[in-house]
Design a protein around this ligand. Structure first.
Ligand code: KIV
Length: 286
């Protein structure tokens, strides 16, 4: 076990800046319900965290790193060790946003005690301020167990990717009245159990609106509604790193294009011997 960070609730000494900002807190996030929408993006690496941190209220070390970073077919194979390594990097790279870390599949469903052990380990390893876990009413006792023991929990309802083998795919949820009612009831159960915020993913819009009105904590939408109390996207999706994305992704840039144009120019320069140029080589000192 290694401690890779210095606990400092105010600023990060790992990334000193000229005017350190105070890191946001969970109570401050809660208070933002119904006011300015909360901004959350995923981050998995130190450099991405540094770049996103000034713009975000929360950084999510999502288990989507399984697909985005490791090329896995789903989030199911993601492990606690993977989450810990990336979570610690994101905490080192940020000093403003609340860092929330996903509990990977298999690390929390067995029992509230198992969830506490996994969550406490993740928080000690990374310095993250909160964990996120997927599931509705069935997870309410676990959310309560963690919250009452000092672990802030973000819920995640609707399309829950860790349940892909049960759901059969990543399509929008809540198209039948029965399913819509269940998703709303799930969110209410998690909120009443003490979740400080709830991600609502991939649901038909009226469900997201109904949940946002029904719960006291902020809702964070992804493929949900602009009426949620905040929004989250996978950073690599919104940066335009992937050609294929879900319908709910808006590409705010074309990183795939930037990278491939830069790589092509580099390859051309290497092959034509115009790189390295005079500025990039060392000469003997006179
Ligand atoms: O893992 C993840 O990135 C997530 C977001 C998509 C909400 O859970």
């Amino acid at each position: 076990m290694s401690t890779t960070f210095t606990i400092d609730a105010a600023t990060s000494r790992a990334t000193p800046v000229s005017a350190p900002m105070k890191r946001l807190t969970i109570p401050a996030i809660r208070r933002q319900k119904g006011t300015t929408p909360l901004v959350m993006l995923t981050a998995y690496t130190v450099r991405t965290a540094q770049l996103l941190d000034p713009h975000c209220d929360m950084l999510l070390v999502g288990d989507s790193l399984g697909q985005v970073i490791y090329g896995l077919p789903s989030t199911v194979p993601v492990t606690l060790d993977m989450m810990a390594a990336h979570g610690a990097a994101v905490v080192r790279g940020s000093h403003h946003a609340v860092v929330v870390i996903d509990m990977p599949f298999g690390s929390y469903e067995g029992s509230p005690e198992k969830a506490f052990e996994s969550a406490a380990w993740l928080m000690k390893q990374t310095g993250a301020a909160a964990v996120k876990l997927e599931g509705g009413a069935a997870m309410a006792s676990t959310v309560r167990f963690l919250s009452e023991r000092g672990i802030p929990v973000m819920g995640h309802v609707g399309l829950t990717p860790q349940a892909v083998n049960m759901l059969g795919g990543y399509g929008a949820r809540g198209r039948t009245q029965a399913e819509a009612d269940k998703i709303v009831a799930d969110a209410v159960a998690i909120a009443e159990a003490g979740a400080f915020a709830i991600v609502i993913e991939g649901v038909v819009e009226p469900i997201a609106i109904a949940i946002t009105q029904a719960v006291a904590c902020p809702t964070i939408g992804i493929g949900a509604s602009a009426q949620c109390d905040g929004q989250v996207l996978v950073a690599e999706d919104m940066l335009g790193l992937f050609e294929r994305t879900a319908k709910f992704v808006k590409k705010f840039d074309d990183m795939a294009g930037h990278i491939s144009r830069a790589a092509q120019t580099y390859a051309d320069d290497v092959r034509s011997r115009s790189f390295p140029g005079a500025d990039q080589v060392y000469q003997p000192r006179p």
